[in-house]
Design a protein around this ligand. Structure first.
Ligand SMILES: [Zn+2]
Length: 167
């Protein structure tokens, strides 16, 4: 019987972090006030080895990718475009946010990261980042990878992990 072996690499570094503001909406009629977290990320890739390099994926490339993706949302207000309770309208230099029809915030456009997620929970942020990583890896011919996993921690000991099979 043939055995199946895979390798797993992970990266978590002090510079693949993002310090951002957010608020989440809860079931019913509750919406958090704006606040911030120092989010930390971990990326895990699983798959077969590159036959020449004998690695799953180049650590340098993976660190650069994660740094670039986390820099995009660092020092921003994270806003969920797909939240049915929020109306987020970008008009020139400002972004207005209404919750259940009532005006709530106006932010400078450059300070916002408008994300295709239904809520800015760590679960949804992890899935968003995994999607971005998947798209980048697809373009870089990383065909031997089988799984992407992203963990996002918003406080010590408080994190969510999203895991996606690529096959
Ligand atoms: Zn929070």
């Amino acid at each position: 019987m043939a055995s199946r072996a895979e390798f797993r690499v992970s990266v978590t570094k002090d510079n693949i972090v993002f310090a951002s503001a957010h608020f989440i909406t809860f079931p019913g009629h509750r919406c958090e006030t704006l606040h911030g977290h120092n989010y930390r990320t971990r990326v895990v890739l699983e798959g077969d080895l590159d036959p020449e390099a004998h690695y799953v994926f180049d650590f340098v490339e993976l660190k650069h990718l994660m740094k670039r993706l986390t820099d995009e949302i660092d020092h921003k207000v994270l806003l969920p475009l797909d939240n049915p309770k929020l109306k987020i309208v970008k008009q020139g230099e400002s972004v207005s946010v209404a919750y259940e029809g009532k005006p709530r915030y106006v932010f400078p456009t450059g300070d916002c990261a408008l994300l295709p997620v239904p809520n800015t929970t760590v679960e949804m942020l992890a899935r968003y980042l995994a999607g971005r990583v998947r798209a980048e890896l697809a373009a870089s011919d990383a065909v031997r990878l089988s799984t992407i996993e992203i963990e996002i921690e918003e406080n010590f000991g408080q994190s969510a992990t999203y895991r996606e099979s690529l096959k």
